[in-house]
Design a protein around this ligand. Structure first.
Ligand SMILES: Nc1ncnc2c1ncn2[C@@H]1O[C@H](COP(=O)(O)OP(=O)(O)OP(=O)(O)O)[C@@H](O)[C@H]1O
Ligand SMILES: [Mg+2]
Length: 402
């Protein structure tokens, strides 16, 4: 019945050149702002890269959500395998998500079956025995392995520190046999704090010797990451620069690259739905509103009349200009018009400043000082998580009801 829609959409224009480049599984060839950490990781693993059987190393990567822990370890792993192949050393890398595998036993099973393509002995084995099977295979095949255990906190939460203990002990037990297993343990902060605190000192000591800590990304860093992705995933010129900055600003202090890339993709879909050839700031606002409702509509009710009028002016100004940000001067003009429309006497400049501060404090607007350049230093005003048009509509509704 509605099949024509599918045909219409499929024949229509899209801003996306290759949307898969925005998927969480995609591992970009370069990672802006993680080069230093990548370098550090390489230095730590240098002995293993030189001679895989020389030692067994353990490195911890920890950081906040979306700070690039997974992508850093996977990029490193892919590059390490390629390097080892060139050098003709028998070094492998395996990435396992512990939360998805669910148990230490399943982790080992995954490595044996999926990575090494060997028969897994099956049930009736304990996790520790399975680990011995894994080591035997490595010995038989003369292989070395860097094993990345992502979201390791989920297994520690379920099974305690035994699995980690088993990993750290196995090398000691092997006595004269060559070291073959190195670990990259990945923890998400702050979830892991209490868990790591509960581990016994010696396990913690072996685990925590080499730590790489990833901070959340700054707005500027997020912009760089987004620029790279835009180039890979979108047709040239189809994402407005302002849209990229706005997305970075919306993500803001969360520093979460995943959220930023999600917003970018969603904004692209809204642009396509709008039949727009460009992804505009309004599409990003729509995307943010759809992912996390940024504006609690009840807060609108609590605003006094002039705060509402000012917000209405901001929404209208942004809708009209289609830009990511507007300035106080531009808003004042729209504010005076809104006052006229509602037969209110406009408030003075100082009072408006106070209102802007209040709105920003309530999270209803984004306010920031512009960088030097385009407009000198001035306060820029944008909207966090709601399309200008939707906000305009909401304020009008609330004002009518009052
Ligand atoms: N420096 C970077 N350059 C390019 N893309 C990045 C960078 N950092 C993160 N990303 C991208 O951001 C998204 C989130 O990164 P990643 O999955 O590595 O975060 P994480 O720290 O593992 O988060 P979580 O704690 O939720 O597991 C991925 O799509 C990843 O490709
Ligand atoms: Mg991760």
């Amino acid at each position: 019945m509605s099949r024509y829609i599918i045909e219409e959409v499929m024949e229509g224009h899209s801003v996306f050149k290759d949307r898969a480049k925005l998927s969480i599984d995609y591992i970009p060839s370069k990672l802006p702002h993680r080069e230093e950490e990548y370098r550090l990781l390489t230095h730590w693993f240098r002995p293993v890269l030189e001679n895989p059987r020389s030692q067994s190393l353990r490195v911890v990567i920890r950081g906040k959500i979306g700070s690039g822990k997974t992508v850093l370890s996977r990029r490193f792993g892919m590059d390490v395998e390629a390097y080892a192949q060139e050098q003709k050393t028998k070094l492998l890398y395996t990435y396992v998500n512990c939360r998805l595998e669910g148990s230490f036993f399943n982790v080992i099973k995954f490595v044996i079956r999926d990575k090494l393509k060997k028969m897994f002995p099956g049930r009736g084995y304990s996790a520790e025995e399975a680990l011995h099977v894994l080591m035997d295979i490595l010995d038989d095949e003369d292989l070395c392995l860097i094993l990345a255990l992502d979201e390791l906190e989920s297994i520690i939460r379920r099974e305690g520190s035994d699995p980690i203990y088993a990993f750290t002990r196995i090398q000691e037990e092997r006595d004269k046999l060559a070291p073959r297993l190195s670990l990259i343990s990945i923890f998400r902060e702050p979830d892991c704090e209490d868990l790591l605190g509960s581990l016994d000192k010696s396990t913690l000591g072996t685990l925590q010797k080499n730590i790489i800590r990833l901070d959340g990304y700054s707005t500027k860093q997020l912009e760089d990451i987004l620029f790279d992705r835009v180039e890979e995933a979108f047709y040239p010129g189809s994402v407005d620069h302002e849209t990229i900055s706005l997305i970075a600003d919306i993500v803001g202090a969360r520093g979460d690259a995943r959220y930023a890339i999600e917003l970018l993709e969603r904004a692209g879909v809204y642009a396509d739905t709008d039949l727009s050839k460009q992804v505009l700031p309004e599409h990003a606002r729509k995307a943010a509103a759809a992912v996390y409702p940024g504006v609690e509509l009840e807060t609108l009710d609590r605003l006094d009349t002039h705060q509402k009028l000012l917000l209405l002016a901001i929404a209208r100004r942004l809708k009209y200009s289609k830009a990511a940000y507007t300035t106080t001067g531009e808003v004042e003009e729209f504010y005076r018009l809104a006052c006229e429309e509602h037969s209110k006497e406009p408030r003075g400049h100082t009072q408006l400043w106070k209102y802007l501060n209040d709105l920003s404090y309530d999270g209803l607007i984004l306010a920031k000082i512009s960088g030097e350049g385009v407009r000198g230093k001035t306060t820029l005003i944008g909207l966090p998580g709601i399309p200008a048009e939707a906000l305009e509509h909401e304020i009008q509704r609330v004002m009518k009801a009052a």
